[in-house]
Design a protein around this ligand. Structure first.
Ligand code: TYM
Length: 335
């Protein structure tokens, strides 16, 4: 779409207070693309309603997620930051892509299986077709690269299949995107059950470290982190808890796993957990300070939202007009 720059798109659901999983797996990596790509970062509120939300909380978290984007280093002048429901093309293309996505494909999505098990009383059609709305988000902007955690890989593969299918039927319409998945922080695990992903909607607060948690809470949660019955800070079979803490420590310090093992040789789990907690809290402190400043300035956030929505809608309209033409929809001439 842009002859000068390739496009990056990613999104975060405002369905809970963001965790260090969201931070290390996704948001922290977003700003590295700002200079060389045309970047769209979206707060995907339409995705969030696939699970029941309290309206006032959804509204609050939408502001918060946008503020966190900026606090994590995304300059609104260099990135298009916006809210999904402000750009009608997402829902519109989502419907169209529903008609090019197979029931069998959607049935195989592990996130659908997990979420329908968790929300057994609300297995709605939106939860099922969630991936085609996600494909619409991405394809609407002719995206080349999508920075996400590994849990989104399957959705990205489906997005590629949908784009390829559409292109085969109608000729080149969409760029087929690639995922960008970080090597060591693609899946931060729960502190309570280290074989399970850390998730912002987890009901057990001790399982998740949130970007906005105060320092003492962060340290307390790491101190309580479930580990094995051994005592060595080393990688190995059955040491999921320790390996998770090692990847978090590595992400915040830049140290390799070998260096971490050497640093904590002869020391116990208690020392290590405290070090991880302190490092994490110190690394998040500047993000939290910036967040507090931004969150107090609702007018500024609304200004960012409005500008972002305007730019995104303009770009989305180009793809939508192409898609409508290809499908055989009549474009009304302006009168
Ligand atoms: P969401 O809101 O669950 O998560 C936002 C981003 O954080 C990553 N992530 C993690 N990374 C590492 N470890 C974890 N424990 C962890 N938990 C979450 C996710 O992979 C994601 O990158 N469907 C998406 C939102 C979405 C989207 C899109 C993403 C909607 N449309 C288009 C990219 C492009 C989701 O539920 O993310």
């Amino acid at each position: 779409m842009y002859k000068d720059k390739k496009v990056v798109f990613s999104g975060v659901q405002p369905s809970g207070v963001l965790t260090i999983g969201n931070y290390l797996g996704a948001i922290r990596n977003f700003s590295e693309f700002s200079e060389n790509y045309h970047c769209y970062y979206c707060v995907v509120d339409e995705h969030a309603i696939t699970v029941r939300q309290v309206p006032a909380d959804l509204r609050k978290r939408t502001y918060e997620t946008l503020a966190l984007y900026i606090a994590c280093g995304l300059d609104p002048e260099k990135n298009t930051l916006f809210v999904q429901s402000h750009v009608s093309g997402h829902a519109e293309l989502g419907w169209i892509l529903d008609c090019y996505t197979m029931f069998g494909e959607l049935s195989r999505m592990t996130q659908f299986k997990d979420k329908s098990a968790k929300n057994a009383d609300n297995i709605n059609a939106g939860l099922f077709t969630y991936p085609s709305l996600m494909a619409a988000d991405i394809l609407l902007y002719q995206t080349e690269l999508v920075p996400v955690g590994v849990d989104q890989k399957q959705h990205l593969e489906l997005t590629r299949d949908i784009a390829t299918r559409f292109n085969q039927i109608y000729g080149d319409t969409f760029v087929v995107p690639e995922p960008f998945i970080p090597k060591t922080t693609a899946k931060i695990m729960s502190l309570a059950e280290p074989t399970k992903k850390m998730s912002k909607s987890d009901e057990n607060e001790n399982a998740v470290v949130r970007i906005l948690d105060p320092k003492d809470a962060i340290i307390r949660k790491f101190k309580r982190a479930v580990t094995d019955s051994g005592c060595e800070i080393k990688r190995g079979e059955g040491k999921d808890g320790i390996m998770n803490l090692m990847s978090i420590y590595s992400a915040f310090t830049g140290k390799t796993e070998d260096e971490i093992e050497a640093e904590f040789e002869g020391k116990g789990y208690g020392d290590f957990k405290l070090a991880v907690g302190e490092t994490c809290a110190d690394a998040l402190a500047p993000v939290q300070a910036e967040f507090a400043r931004l969150a107090a300035d609702k007018a500024y956030l609304e200004d960012v939202m409005a500008k972002g929505a305007e730019a995104a809608a303009r770009d989305a309209a180009r793809t939508m007009s192409k898609v409508r033409r290809k499908l055989g929809f009549i474009e009304l001439k302006r009168r």
